[in-house]
Design a protein around this ligand. Structure first.
Ligand code: ADP
Length: 159
């Protein structure tokens, strides 16, 4: 049987890079649980409810993808949902150091859960939620980078 993967992140907001990664991952995993971190200590542009809704609308017809919010320790969330893999994206070398640190810490906390890294299509390798917000602040065109619902919400935030 294929394993279940948790794909955790802030997703503030979800971009086509995140979506691309999930679409690749469902070919390998039984299910991908997209876990939106609440992050009460971090100032996010969108509330956790909004961030969850964006992901739900994008994956509404995708049975292998489930969307959750979480505020507890990631490895505990994974265990509660029978996930044995933590999926993370690697865009460039700059992601590597932090991601390996995180993976090692998660393995110390829970040795039975492995981190797996995937890279998005190269057209998304430069894409981040922060860049999207910067473009949105300056009224740039976001059609190629985010889902229509996200684009609309960003326009409303910065209008
Ligand atoms: P976090 O605050 O946990 O880094 P993000 O929402 O920024 O949350 O990212 C969640 C995961 O998705 C991270 O592993 C990140 O490297 C990955 N990621 C971010 N942008 C992209 C992208 N364009 N393509 C593929 N993976 C990405």
């Amino acid at each position: 049987m294929k394993p279940i993967a948790v794909y955790p992140g802030t997703f503030d907001p979800i971009t086509n890079g995140h979506t691309d990664l999930v679409k690749r991952a469902i070919k390998i995993f039984d299910k991908v649980l997209l876990a939106v971190a609440e992050r009460p200590s971090k100032k996010t542009l969108f509330s956790v409810e909004e961030r969850v809704k964006f992901a739900e609308s994008i994956f509404a017809n995708e049975k292998q993808v489930e969307v959750f919010s979480f505020h507890n320790l990631l490895v505990n969330f994974a265990k509660q949902h029978s996930a044995t893999v933590i999926l993370r994206g690697l865009r460039a070398v700059s992601d590597f150091e932090y991601e390996v640190q995180l993976a090692n810490m998660n393995r110390l906390l829970e040795p039975n859960i492995e981190s797996v890294f995937m890279s998005p299509g190269e057209e998304y390798s430069f894409l981040s939620s922060s860049i999207i917000k910067d473009i949105a602040i300056h009224g740039g065109d976001l059609k190629k980078f985010v889902h229509a619902n996200v684009e609309k919400a960003l326009k409303e935030k910065f209008s």
